[in-house]
Write a protein that binds this ligand. Structure first.
Ligand code: MN
Length: 319
């Protein structure tokens, strides 16, 4: 799992937190991701939304794509479809995804890069593996996170942020055994490159077996740990957490995790919006009337027009 690699000895270190005097967040529940087919039929593991965790406020959805080794001609994506009312944050660990949207945003998301699309008032986009990747096949591993927008920001114009792997803020755990890639938000005074409209922190950490990751975390933020690969434990009670499992943490001022094997985790949390959520497929608003309006606006072409002749059935569906 490459993403960005670095020698942790050369990186800024996170502080060592006192083991007994710190209010560690306990594990409140563990949710296992369920499997779905998305877009043209690629498999995702989705820890939320689901039966176990309906709401992860301010987040709406987490899709773990792969890791999968595609043969030639097998790589799939999600052709043109609409969004309104939130942000899609796509982080590619291995492989590549080509993004285009009707607001003119676009680029190649690859090996450790992140693409942050604020759908806001509405946009159409396509997320497809580049033609050469489809032809060649290869390893594909990524994550898409949906971040809700507060009511006041749902009508903001669409925006596209291309965050290259080299722009990610790299840190080392206090013991030097974990590499932290901070995509957005603040940790211990360090700041990730993603500009967020909803206060969140989002990072990918790679731990060596036996390493410990301690993170100071805002008291008013939610906190979750999702396992991309490997095995470890979370919380002061050392609750086991395996690949495809998500731990929702309770209250406290910091979180702690220990790796049993080489362990890759996402750590994410934010300030809950505590606003009503009305969602239907690719639209997430506050009321049912706003959802109906979104469907009507999309059908009338008011969310934008595709920029390339890539019309498929998915254009007509609310996929
Ligand atoms: Mn999409």
């Amino acid at each position: 799992m490459p993403a960005v690699t670095a020698d942790t000895l050369t990186l800024p270190r996170l502080p060592d937190l006192p083991q007994t005097a710190t209010a560690w967040r306990p594990v409140r529940e563990v949710v296992r991701a369920r499997e779905f087919l998305e877009g043209e039929g690629f498999r995702v593991r989705r820890p939320f939304p689901g039966v176990g965790l309906a709401n992860a406020d301010p987040f709406l959805l987490l899709d773990h794509m792969g890791a999968v080794e595609y043969g030639p001609g097998e790589a799939k994506g999600a052709p043109w479809h609409p969004h309104r009312g939130f942000e899609t944050v796509t982080y590619m660990i291995d492989g590549a995804l080509e993004h285009r949207d009707s607001a003119g945003g676009g680029g190649l998301i690859t090996d450790g890069g992140t693409q942050w699309m604020t759908a806001g008032s509405g946009v159409l986009h396509s997320e497809l593996p580049p033609q050469d990747v489809v032809a060649r096949g290869g390893l594909f591993h990524g994550v898409q996170l949906w971040v809700n927008l507060p009511r006041a920001e749902k009508w903001t114009p669409p925006r596209y942020q291309d965050i290259a792997a080299r722009d990610t803020t790299l840190l080392s755990s206090g013991d030097g055994g974990a590499l932290v890639r901070l995509v957005a938000g603040d940790v211990a005074g360090f700041r990730g490159p993603g500009a967020t409209r909803t206060p969140i922190t989002y990072l990918h950490a790679t731990l060596s077996p036996g390493a410990r990751l301690d993170l100071p975390w805002p008291e008013d933020f939610t906190a979750m740990v999702y396992v991309l690969a490997g095995r470890g434990t979370v919380g002061p009670e050392r609750r086991p957490l395996d690949e495809g499992h998500l731990a929702v943490l309770g209250r406290g001022g910091a979180l702690t995790a220990h790796a049993a094997t080489p362990w890759d985790v996402l750590v994410l949390g934010g300030l809950p919006l505590n606003e009503p959520v009305a969602r239907y497929g690719p639209f997430v608003m506050n009321t049912r009337a706003e959802i109906i309006q979104a469907i009507e606006d999309h059908q009338a072409g008011r969310l934008g027009r595709t920029q390339v002749p890539h019309v498929t059935a998915a254009d007509e569906e609310l996929s």
